[in-house]
Design a protein around this ligand. Sequence first.
Ligand code: HDD
Length: 692
Amino acid sequence: MAGGHEVGKGGETHQTAQGQVPPLTTQQGVVVSDDQNTLRAGPRGPALLEDFHFREKIFHFDHERIPERVVHARGYGAHGFFESNGLLESVSRAAVFKKGEKTPAFVRFSTVAGNKGSADLARDVRGFAAKFYTKEGNWDLVGNNIPVFFIQDPIKFPDLIHAAKQEPDRAFPQAQTAHDNFWDFISLTPESMNMVMWIMSDRTIPRSFRFMEGFGVHTFRLVTAEGKSTFVKFHWKPKLGLQSVVWNEAVKINGADPDFHRRDLWTAIESGAFPEWELGVQLFDEEFAAKFGFDLLDPTKIIPEEDLPVKIAGRLVLDRNVDNFFAETEQVAFCTQNVVPGIDFSNDPLLQGRNFSYLDTQLKRLGSPNFTHIPINAPRCPVMNFQQDGHMAMRNPKGRVNYEPNSWTGATPRELPGPRESAQGYKSFPEPIQAQKVRERSETFSDHYSQARQFYVSQTDIEKQHIANALTFELSKVERVDIRARMVAHLLNIDQGLADAVAKGLRLKEVPKPMPAAKPTRQDLKPSDKLSIVKNGPKSFAGRKVGALVTDGVDANVLAALEKALKAEGAMLKLVAPEVGGVKDSAGAWHDAHEKLEGGPSVLFDAVVILPSKEGVAALAKLPAARDFVADAVAHRKFVGYAATATPLFEKAGVADALDEGFLPLNKLEECDAFVAACRKVRFWGRAAAER
Ligand code: HDD
């Protein structure tokens, strides 16, 4: 056999360097004798059509791709469970909310606008979609990491997404909203202004999925067995606290590691540090809804937590990575209309529109109405009905009866209107409705600026600055000056200071008049601390990574003490060295490096330590990547631990005369604990250096 591996014969295993392996077969189960060479007429001759193995292999390869999701194409998922603490037992009959009930779950996080292969740190909303395989059927909570949305009516969704994605003639820019079409549409859509504040905040550049909140966005209903309804808004609260990167970091992470978020989730789960969120709920009744001041069917509005506290109803833990990305993460089909008895919809028009779109999109993506037969989508409770046939049908009715009612003897499934033991049919909440058919937006949906202002004024100064910077950056990429000005006209209805900062940042020749508003901006809404990331930062440094820039001769004691202190905190130390092979410490012990310096810039870490030896620092200071490592960490306001030997590198990096309280010496063992304690704040926001 020319140029190939040894291949076994008929159904036997055979010996290779890896041990006994099964023989390779075709899809028909025929053992393949040669998988290296096509069948030819002579060694140099033309290929023969008869080569069924080659044709089958290429045919299958040619069909490997399915359409990527029209939105949220890039995503990453993991398995886990939801454990209820029983809080919702009194307001919902759903089994998933029974005290102590543990329900298997699958969660997929995503960006919205980019294609499947785009980078993780795009400035974008993150999807947070959870599928609960409950005893009573699948419940999907398909949310985002932002509690409001761009539009109030689903008929605008195609326009919104067309405007956000790459422009149709040139097919760029991808995975970013910094272009004319997006801001043209947005500036003509005042209802998006609350969302604009959220997307221009650091919420859209999360540190990773583990550090972001999630929201069901819409108002839903919970319903008891007796038919009593309570409105609910769902929240996910990350156990590790909130954290985002800064924009300049995001730009650089995208180059250094476009898979930063998926790698983070995968490695956290592999290392046993299982990401966890609490399920929070805001529960309210018609009376609260009537008095609240905004229409709670309007998905561009929130209920501030200060007005209606979030109560915790259970926890979600992700503890298992997928076995196969395509089979699970790509084929998972979330549908907002997947609800179970005890959970119901509200009349939020956007939600009602979504209930059509998700089912429809799965047919397009997965190619068959039988997508529910795929293991990742299949309920883990009995499924019995007479739906049959179709492409790839795996679950087919047996026997003669495929309709109901029928009079054949034997147990064929029938609907179940009343309760029977634990089962009961799904009943929609019988909300009385009397109305005229209209195409009309409710007048109660027309305040577009008040909550946008409330979000903005709730931020810390640094976060306000980031919003102004983000708007300035995005609008600077917009070629048409009139679109830039139109956005500033909206900002004038939100906050004068913000509008001024953006107008100045853009150097608008003429500052426009405020955009005419359907309703004046309310000034009476109190700032809500819960809307700020910085005010809700983590309590510990757990789950974070410290990058240690080291050379040969690194102080063995300091390195060991630092590693111990970080481990005690639940954080990790990663060594970055001039060569990936590693370094020899002051005691002569070898340490493998996790990253070569050029491949491990400081943007990949939450804090850094600079620990060159006296002998090694001069060579290190000559490397541009080492200087960037330090300069970026400083500009991104990270905590920097350092040995006294680091000074020549600090000088070359241009930071030697600016060692502020965010720099912590690491020469003695006891200083390691102090460094880790400081890192709990994650960023040294007091640093004066302008963010590069
Ligand atoms: Fe959507 C996917 C979240 C409005 C139509 N959406 C999708 C995903 C998330 C969201 C997280 C990815 C699910 C996954 O990981 O597979 N979408 C939202 C949120 C919205 C929202 C929080 C507003 C509150 N979406 C929305 C509207 C429509 C859609 C108004 C259409 C009328 N969304 C879709 C879709 C997608 C989708 C076209 C594409 C892929 C998919 O469904 O499975 O049906």
